[in-house]
Ligand binder design. Structure first.
Ligand SMILES: [Zn+2]
Length: 256
């Protein structure tokens, strides 16, 4: 199978040293989905890759692709957008790396998804510009959009069993059933009990037609249950490899 050369935008999801001077990078590309590639000489002082191949940087890459190979070869890379303000703030940085980890865990290689690419590049921009108390809700918005791009949108408006509108003070959420249950249909065996306000916050985020910083709410009092809902949903639908280590960490550093 001959190789072909592609030029595409990408976000750097992971990097690792390879030998004395090279790097092994995992990229989420706009045109080809996730790729693993070697960047030969990327750690030399005068490398043609410059400093572009850093975690969470949006880059334009030129890459030799060979269909039968798992590891591709990067031939060139230019930084399109770096996120210096993300790197300066532990909480923003943690959510940015969790977004990258989430995309890495929920995707297989060479399965392009431009919508997911836009979600990822968009959340990195957003994480730099929202207010401190909007950082985690913006990450929830990203989780909802990423799930949707991957084809599993949680039902947050109607009961997944009887289809009535989800209203009232207390509701239930079931990852296995794909969303909410009303107070009559919900049981502890089927899911977790959640305040109606937490549901309505997530439903509001899901209904946003596009990201706008002023539309992102500030972190609510009951954020723990919103984390549990999204996390159980993504872990259930993303399979056993989707447990997100960076979420464990960032939940301990998130702004109180
Ligand atoms: Zn119901």
């Amino acid at each position: 199978m001959p190789s072909r050369i592609i030029k595409t935008k990408a976000v750097v999801l992971r990097t690792r040293r390879l030998g004395e001077t090279s790097k092994l990078v995992t990229l989420y590309t706009e045109d080809e989905g996730k790729l693993k590639a070697t960047a030969k000489g990327a750690r030399k002082p005068k490398s043609k890759f410059g400093g572009a191949l850093e975690l969470m940087t949006e880059v334009q890459v030129v890459c030799y692709l060979r269909d039968e190979r798992e590891l591709q070869t990067l031939s060139d890379c230019d930084a399109l957008r770096a996120f210096p303000d993300l790197l300066k703030d532990l909480e923003r940085l943690s959510f940015g790396s969790a977004a990258c980890e989430l995309v890495d865990r929920l995707t297989v290689e060479r399965d392009p998804n431009r919508r997911l690419y836009r979600c990822l590049a968009g959340v990195l921009v957003g994480l730099e510009e929202v207010g401190r108390r909007q950082v985690e809700p913006l990450f929830w918005y990203f989780q909802l959009r990423a799930a949707e791009a991957l084809g599993y949108r949680p039902e947050l408006h109607h009961c997944t069993s009887c289809r009535t509108l989800l209203e009232g003070e207390w509701l239930w959420f079931s990852a296995a059933l794909g969303g909410g249950l009303c107070a009559r249909c919900g049981t502890a065996a089927a899911g977790i009990r959640v305040a109606g306000d937490s549901f309505r916050l997530l439903a509001g985020l899901q209904d946003l037609s596009a990201y706008q910083p002023e539309a992102i709410p500030t972190v609510p009092a009951r954020r723990g249950e919103i984390r549990s809902m999204l996390r159980s949903f993504l872990e259930y639908h993303g399979g056993q490899h989707s447990h997100l280590k960076s979420l464990d960490f960032l939940e301990s550093v998130a702004v109180k």
